[in-house]
Design a protein around this ligand. Structure first.
Ligand code: NI
Ligand code: MN
Length: 232
């Protein structure tokens, strides 16, 4: 089995393997670069949420309501979701790992890993810690750093993953220079950029990033177009 990743722009991803159809950080409606709509995702069965910022939870309640998907997020974010009428949720916290599944055959592991970032919700509520995820799915291990600065424990959590998805936008997360340091530390087989070009403050040249990954690391850079799927 393999795993299919689709970049829906910014920090929003679709992760599919077998019957598992997982959405990460649904943000489409107010996202100037998104080409998909939240109504396109009635059939997701899990939603992972890294933190409470609007550009990660913008369409969370809508997609959760439409799909009935189980939301995996921090304890505090899950409590907040309960107040929005979303009860199908699995709370966790940094360093913990859970299994998610559809039936008996399609099982994935989800580990919530540290992110150096903040996590206030759009209404001012406390969103708990900001996080990334290491997902074991379809025989692959994938690191979604989500919104974070570079930190030197990344290899403890994500060393040698099949794919690492790293922010490169700078300003609110690590930028290109620090993402290269992260790739060197993690040693992923391939690396994909995220959280860039959505707005002017996070404008980046992904092709220049890709050339630097090739020149300075052992990882294969993959720069998906918005909406494009990539098989790992
Ligand atoms: Ni953020
Ligand atoms: Mn963000």
């Amino acid at each position: 089995m393999t795993c299919k990743l689709t970049w829906l722009s910014h920090g929003t991803w679709l992760i599919e393997s077998g019957k598992l159809k997982i959405m990460l950080d649904p943000f489409l409606t107010d996202n100037p670069t998104a080409t998909a709509k939240s109504s396109d995702f009635d059939d997701v069965n899990h939603i992972l949420v890294s933190h409470g910022h609007g550009d990660h939870v913008g369409d969370l309640v809508d997609v959760a309501q439409r799909s009935g998907a189980m939301v995996v997020a921090s304890f505090e974010l899950v409590n907040w979701l309960g107040g929005q009428g979303i009860e199908n949720a699995s709370p966790m916290n940094i360093g913990g790992q859970i299994e998610i599944s559809v039936g008996e055959d399609d099982v994935a592991t989800v580990k919530m890993v540290p992110a150096i970032h903040s996590s206030g919700l759009p209404d001012g509520s406390y969103g708990g810690p900001a996080s990334g995820f290491v997902i074991g799915i379809g025989g692959r291990r994938i690191y979604f750093a989500c919104d974070t600065a570079y930190y030197s424990d990344m290899d403890f959590y994500a060393g040698g993953v099949d794919a690492a998805v790293l922010p490169i936008g700078d300003c609110f997360t690590m930028g290109i220079d620090d993402s290269i340091a992260a790739v060197k530390r993690i040693g992923p087989k391939c690396v994909l950029p995220a959280h860039y070009n959505t707005w002017p403050p996070i404008a980046q040249d992904a092709d220049a990033w890709s050339e630097r990954v090739k020149a300075e690391t052992d990882a294969e850079p993959v720069v998906p177009q918005i909406g494009q799927a990539f098989e790992i």
